[in-house]
Design a protein. Structure first.
Length: 163
């Protein structure tokens, strides 16, 4: 423990506060940081550890405590009403329902190949093998079915995006 004549605090506290003011956003925050640093230094001096350069130790401790506080701050953003909303599932469900209804109005031979697509099969070769229909016929039925669906549903581009 330090003796009164070796007490580093009277000279050190103003320098710690001056440095803390440069590291903090407010005087209150700087005061808190200075007090926390002084407490850590006092605990070290009161213990069995000997500190050769208390001022140096205190300045490093002050800087480390300030860095811990900076890391602990997470920038926050004010939430707005549109941020709290999730995309509604209704439009996608309606589009799927419309696509299924449009498929049900196709000729029967086109419905069979489109049902394979709805079941998750995307390879015309596999559809041909599963249905026993020649590959060229499967390809033409898919092309005609997609063209009719584009017209009926007024879709630009690929109907495959709907399915």
């Amino acid at each position: 423990m330090t003796h009164p004549q070796n007490d580093p605090f009277p000279d050190l506290l103003p320098r710690l506060r001056k440095r803390a003011l440069r590291l903090c956003r407010s005087a209150d925050e700087a005061d808190d940081l200075t007090q926390e640093t002084a407490l850590k230094l006092w605990q070290m001096l009161a213990g069995t550890d000997e500190i050769e350069r208390p001022e140096h130790y205190a300045m490093i401790t002050l800087h480390n405590l300030a860095r811990q506080r900076w890391r602990g701050r997470r920038p926050t953003e004010e939430l707005s009403d549109d941020m709290a909303q999730t995309a509604p599932a209704a439009p996608a469900r309606l589009a799927c329902g419309e696509a299924r209804a449009a498929i049900s109005r196709l000729p029967v031979e086109q419905i069979k190949v489109m049902q394979q697509l709805l079941a998750g099969e995307s390879s015309p070769q596999v559809i041909a093998r599963q249905t026993g229909i020649p590959l060229g016929t499967v390809m033409s039925r898919l092309a005609r079915a997609r063209a009719r669906l584009r017209l009926e549903m007024d879709v630009q581009g690929s109907v495959a995006e709907l399915l």
